[in-house]
Design a protein around this ligand. Structure first.
Ligand code: SAH
Ligand code: SF4
Length: 366
């Protein structure tokens, strides 16, 4: 009997032993599982494209497993090489819901920014995703499928030589709050690190969170990957508005959680701080931030506000951002100003929001 799409295991989330057990039930030799994973790890998910396996096995895969949990709807390329991908989910009950992922090439690294949810429940007032509300949690397979689809695209169409066309780093900074989809996100991290899978070191994986403390503690205990915290204010009153989860997990609780998070040598926790004009960029804000940061273990990443249609804030001027950074640096705090990438295609931080009006038939690459 054919399985319903929603019950099927998703190929991007399968481990070698699981696939071996499955192919054994189909009376196929064990090595077939490795062949299938070799294709999968290159981003080839359609059984029809797996050239060295029999047509019977291809059919079994199509019937029994969900091989392609995402459908590419659109790809947009920025003048700086950044590529934004819009995918639709395919499983029942979530079919047609859109997510976005971004590839950010630099000279020596290629970073994929992945989504963990459709929308987000937390409602930070400066974030485009937040305005969409929460729609669905992604499965581990859908999280990994973003990386695989981008891998395949980069292979088919590499970037110019001066930019990296390989995926070296993964950041959970796309749509959604990863720590609010804890099980799938933890399992996706395990899959990214899997030696028979993409084999990405935990040092190259970063989870960005608005500060869900129990979940951060569990993340640190299971997979102590790099941690980035959406801080945005070190004053409780202001953070209550800018990052509403602060009403539940205050700065004091966050402080204790960060102190306990395990980081290896030469590593640090990133505190993300989007600078909003006349809101969190004043003297009292920088003073509070200086008091909050532990310079031994943390660095501050100042982010230029990325506007979106209807956004209620304005960004701090470039000049004032520099002054703010200098204040921190003069107190021995490592502070960097994040260069905005892909903002011409609305692929920059906080600009991701699935355009639900997108033409889902337009399955061409842009
Ligand atoms: N939910 C997670 C991860 C997704 S948001 C989190 O909040 O950390 C990724 C980063 O983009 C966060 O630091 C977020 O605060 C920031 N961000 C959101 N909206 C933004 C905007 N309009 N301009 C700049 N950065 C923004
Ligand atoms: Fe959600 Fe993060 Fe956006 Fe806040 S900043 S609404 S937690 S995605």
């Amino acid at each position: 009997m054919r399985r319903m799409n929603s019950d099927k295991r998703q190929l991007p989330a399968m481990k070698l032993d699981e696939l071996q057990a499955l192919v054994a039930t189909w009376k196929q030799p064990k090595f077939r599982a490795r062949q299938i994973l070799d294709w999968r790890n290159k981003g080839v998910l359609s059984p029809d494209a797996m050239k060295n396996i029999s047509s019977d096995l291809r059919q079994k895969l199509k019937d029994e497993i969900c091989c392609e949990p995402l459908k590419l709807i659109r790809r947009e390329c920025s003048v700086d090489g950044t590529r934004k991908y819009v995918f639709a989910l395919t499983r029942m009950r979530a079919a047609g819901k859109m997510i976005e992922s971004v590839f950010i090439p630099e000279e020596k690294r290629g970073t994929v920014c992945i989504s963990s949810q459709v929308g987000c429940v937390f409602d930070c007032p400066f974030c485009h995703t937040g305005t969409q509300g929460f729609e669905a949690n992604l499965t581990a397979g859908e999280i990994i499928a973003q990386v695989l689809a981008i891998k395949a695209d980069l292979h088919a169409e590499p970037l110019p030589d001066e930019l990296h066309s390989d995926i070296t780093h993964i950041v959970y900074m796309g749509m959604g709050e990863p720590m609010a989809n804890e099980d799938a996100v933890l399992s996706s991290i395990g899959l990214l690190m899997d030696k028979d899978g993409l084999n990405i070191s935990r040092r190259r994986i970063t989870v960005s969170t608005s500060g869900l403390i129990p979940q951060i503690q569990r993340l640190g205990a299971v997979y102590p990957v790099n941690l980035a915290i959406s801080l945005h204010s070190a004053i409780d009153d202001k953070r209550d508005t800018l990052v509403p989860i602060n009403r539940k997990y205050s700065l004091q609780a966050l402080r204790a959680c960060l102190n306990a998070y395990s980081i290896g040598k030469q590593r640090h926790i990133t505190l993300e701080y989007v600078l909003l004009d006349q809101t969190n960029d004043q003297d009292e804000d920088v003073q509070a931030l200086i008091r909050f940061v532990n310079p031994e273990r943390e660095r501050v990443n100042l982010i230029q506000f990325n506007p979106y249609p209807g956004s209620p804030y304005a960004g701090t001027s470039k000049q004032n951002m520099k002054v703010f950074a200098q204040w921190l640096i003069s107190k021995g705090i490592r502070a960097t100003v994040r260069r905005s990438r892909g903002d011409d295609i609305m692929a920059a931080c906080g600009q991701l929001k699935a355009d639900t009006k997108a033409d889902s038939n337009a399955d061409t690459k842009g």
